[in-house]
Design a protein around this ligand. Structure first.
Ligand code: KG4
Ligand code: ZN
Length: 344
């Protein structure tokens, strides 16, 4: 029998729903909350309210786009950790209520694991073992994934995540929130060698990252060189390109070292920052020179999305069986011990 899964993602500021048939994405609707732009960052209370307002509409649209009926659903997958507590509660309460009504199992899904396995959507040739670099607004970690569910963290950021560095530096440059895509666009016409910013921990033997020093260095640089602000567009583009290069160089250096040292050929890079065009380009170029295969999710599976949650839900059913998901007693967990553990 086909697995027809409704997936729900509401961990931060995207309300998303998707329908998955076995391993195939039939629909994937993402609604990004714009209310946070005026505050320069996500306001948790406002995020919960916006999810509550949007969720039934988004789920309805995902059903309609897929051509499936509610009565055809065989299970529901929902993000339960990590994320904003109130935001996670909206998605998981909705999933539990609908699961009860339809009499179908509800599968709790870890958001970061969702990002990890998103590299396998449309890349069935990506097999275990693989190395995964997850780069998003909340996380930057390298995982060794030996088999399904066996994920070991090789290293994580000790402070800011890579996406957070893009966003915080973008805020200093007056680029709004989230600034990652804006920096990406401006950097396309800038010189990445115009300014030299620090590449923290790049040559340390571990796989941990640190991006808060870069943020501080850019702040001092701006105060020193441009106390009146930047009025020249070309300079802004050069700064964006130079900052972006500093972040990307460290990510790529550590990722390929992990692949080499662990002798793993398959590499997945996922999470919001994996949408970065320079990172994607640099990964492709670097992979041509090495005996590795790099798998990147398509853009709509890079940012927070329910398709990846449903895809992982489907894998969980395949590997663990439906019996594992009949209890509705799971709760949400805003912080995730697994993703916070770092190799020190
Ligand atoms: O995975 P995601 O949607 O949410 C989290 O789980 O955090 O990632 C969002 C992050 C934001 O920090 C955003 O600025 C960054 O991904 N981002 C980018 C790009 N698109 C999104 N960073 C750099 N370049 C991009 N093109
Ligand atoms: Zn995410």
């Amino acid at each position: 029998m086909d697995r027809i899964i409704l997936a729900i993602e509401s961990s931060c500021d995207e309300t998303s729903a998707a329908i998955i048939r076995n391993d195939e994405v039939l629909s994937n609707v993402i609604s990004s909350q714009t209310i946070h732009e005026q505050y320069g960052g996500v306001i948790p209370e406002l995020a919960s309210r916006a999810h509550l307002q949007a969720i039934s509409l988004i789920v309805d649209k995902a059903m309609k786009d897929s051509g499936k009926e509610y009565s055809e659903l065989t299970s529901i997958a929902v993000t339960t950790q990590p994320g904003l507590a109130g935001a996670l509660l909206v998605g998981s309460s909705f999933a539990k209520g609908l699961g009860l009504k339809l009499g179908i199992p509800v599968i709790p899904v870890h958001h970061i694991e969702g990002h990890i396995y998103s590299g396998m959507i449309e890349h069935a040739e990506c097999d275990f073992p693989f190395i995964a670099l997850i780069v998003s607004g909340g996380h930057t970690s390298i995982f060794l994934v030996r088999s399904f569910g066996d994920e070991v963290i090789l290293g994580s950021t000790k402070d800011d995540a890579a996406g957070e560095a893009f966003d915080k530096i973008g805020k200093m440059l007056g680029l709004g929130y989230p600034a990652g895509p804006r920096i990406d666009a401006l950097a396309k016409e800038g010189n990445p060698k115009a300014y030299v910013f620090p590449r923290a921990l790049m040559h340390e033997q571990h796989y941990d990252f640190s991006f808060s020093g870069l943020k501080t260095s850019v702040r001092y640089f701006l105060q020193r060189e441009f106390p009146q602000g930047i009025s020249n567009e070309a300079i802004l583009k050069d700064i964006c390109a130079s900052v972006q290069e500093a972040i990307i160089e460290v990510l790529i250096h550590k990722l390929f070292r992990a692949s080499k040292e662990h002798r793993i050929k398959n590499i997945i890079v996922a999470g919001g920052v994996s949408a970065n065009s320079r990172l994607r380009e640099a990964l492709q170029a670097a992979s041509q020179k090495r005996p590795v295969n790099v798998f990147l999710p398509k853009l709509s599976y890079c940012m927070d999305n329910a398709a990846m949650i449903g895809f992982l839900g489907s894998l969980k059913l395949k590997y663990l069986g439906e019996e594992a998901f009949h209890s509705l007693q799971f709760t949400v967990n805003p912080r995730s011990i697994r993703t916070e553990r770092t190799s020190s």
